[in-house]
Design a protein around this ligand. Structure first.
Ligand code: AMP
Ligand code: ZN
Length: 467
């Protein structure tokens, strides 16, 4: 039984989807004003593990994601400019050209990391109609008010506003709200947030703009996720994911909007992952302490080394990024690949048939325990070391595990040797039997020159392909 930590209840809960065999997941997508850093990518990686685990357990997953290409304001200073418009100015591009450029790079990064693409994707700029429709519902129900600068959501009208974040004092909510918009004296409650911006003050020259029943402007950030998730998955859906900094503001406000409008839950499970850190601080663009996949490449590390690194820490624990850390992940992955490229010359039989099944059960158990990937990896290494199971069976099971781990192991594995190599190894065995060691050694060198390394063990030679 799959158990997941639900932020909404602060408990590990047994997961049961709304429909029997289908799981609907929404993950907040990127704000496409810049290259994703590996901190962002850590979040998309564990979300991918969640999706693959559900598929491994036999569910069909419907995965939806938004692309934020308007409305997300800079949140680290009090200035509150639209990230896309600011980025566009810096690069001398139009906002949409900039957004499409980084959206493309984002999907390239996902591909390099073996992250499965969402089944349904929608851009904020292409769902403004749905966002306006949602604001109209909220307006009709009395949840909105208007100032010179914006249409706000009135958080005092919602009884359980902030329920995703109950223990924290409201300070965190206030901070987010304050950064949301220009200082607006007409704002009623500090936590109130913008649904629709007018082209006033700082936003006079905002390029991305749409007509609306309230006047020309552009949507706020939170409304896009409420509108898009509903459009792509319906409401309620099963699981909503994201980075943990979204708990106090973005996800709190998504819940407020969707539940105020439709009087039913937005999602049943809210799952949040911890950050990738650098020297004890969150990796972030604003702090400048970030790396991209290209930076890793320049230092000799592949995307899948990073994927392995993230699997070795639980998604709800902070992961401190260091070069030593990624080096040992690379070593581990490389040892795993070497193992998969090893073939026994005299295939042994497994001593205990049902043992393989036990490993599969242990692997599933680790994942079912709130996606414990470090434990799942430990099961894999234990399997590799187990003398009672034959090599071919081990490799087959590891490929099966890789449906979840996503380390691209299928292209690494070999199950049998090319006949030429097999013949040469056989001849060498014969020479050794005849004590013709010099000739046997020459033949070993010839085999090695073809890329195959031989290790002589009591069970006979193990041959591993080196490339
Ligand atoms: P953004 O493109 O800024 O909207 O962020 C995309 C995703 O990356 C969000 O779900 C964030 O929670 C997540 N994120 C940002 N920084 C980090 C980090 N250092 N570690 C893990 N996830 C992060
Ligand atoms: Zn979102």
């Amino acid at each position: 039984m799959l158990r997941l930590f639900n932020t909404l209840t602060r408990k590990k809960e047994i997961f049961k989807p709304l429909a029997k065999k289908v799981v609907k997941i929404y993950t907040c997508g990127p704000t496409v004003y810049n290259r994703a850093h590996i901190g962002n990518l850590r979040t998309y990686l564990w979300e991918d593990i969640l999706k693959r685990t559900l598929e491994y357990l036999g569910y069909k997953v419907e995965h939806a994601m938004n692309i934020t290409d308007v409305g997300h304001l800079t949140s680290d200073e009090d200035t509150g400019e639209d990230k896309i418009e600011l980025g566009a100015k810096k690069e001398g591009l139009s906002p949409l050209t900039l957004a499409r450029k980084y959206e493309k790079k984002f999907f390239q990064d996902l591909k390099r990391l073996n992250i499965k693409k969402p089944d349904k994707i929608a851009r904020a700029t292409q769902t403004v109609k749905e966002q306006i429709a949602l604001i109209k519902i909220l307006e009709k129900k009395g949840f909105t008010y208007r100032s010179r600068y914006a249409i706000y959501f009135d958080t005092s009208k919602l009884k359980d506003y902030g329920k995703l974040n109950p223990q924290k004092d409201k300070k965190e909510l206030l901070v987010g709200a304050r950064e949301e918009v220009v200082i607006d004296k007409e704002k009623k409650n500090p936590q109130d947030f913008v649904l629709w911006f007018f082209l006033e003050g700082r936003y006079k020259n905002h390029i991305l703009r749409w007509p609306s029943p309230w006047g020309e402007g552009f949507p706020g950030w939170h409304i896009e996720c409420s509108a898009i998730s509903r459009k792509l998955l319906g409401q309620p859906f099963d699981i909503h994911c994201g980075g943990q900094e979204h708990i106090p503001i973005h996800h709190t406000n998504e819940i407020a909007q969707s539940e105020a409008a439709f009087e039913k839950p937005l999602a049943l499970f809210w799952i949040h992952g911890e950050f990738l850190m650098v020297e004890g601080e969150k990796m972030s663009k604003s702090k400048g302490n970030f790396y991209t996949l290209d930076d890793l490449k320049k230092n000799g590390f592949g995307p899948l080394d990073f994927r392995y690194l993230t699997l070795s820490t639980h998604y709800q624990s902070p992961l401190n990024f260091t070069w030593e850390g990624i080096k040992s992940a690379q070593n581990a992955l490389s040892n795993l690949k070497k193992f998969l490229k090893t073939v026994e010359f005299y295939p042994s039989l497994s001593k205990k048939k049902n043992k393989l099944n036990q490993y599969k059960k242990m692997f599933i158990k680790a994942l079912e325990n709130n996606l414990n990937t470090p434990q799942a990896l430990a099961v894999l290494w234990q399997l590799i070391k187990d003398e009672e199971i034959n090599l071919t069976e081990k490799k087959k099971l590891i490929l099966d595990f890789d449906k979840v781990l996503g380390l691209g192991l299928e292209k690494e594995v070999i199950f049998s040797l090319p006949s030429k190599i097999k013949k040469m190894v056989g001849q060498r065995e014969q020479l050794r039997k005849n004590k013709q060691f010099i000739q046997a050694d020459t033949l070993r060198k010839n085999i090695e020159a073809l890329g195959y390394k031989i290790e002589d063990t009591p069970k006979g030679p193990l041959i591993s392909y080196q490339k």
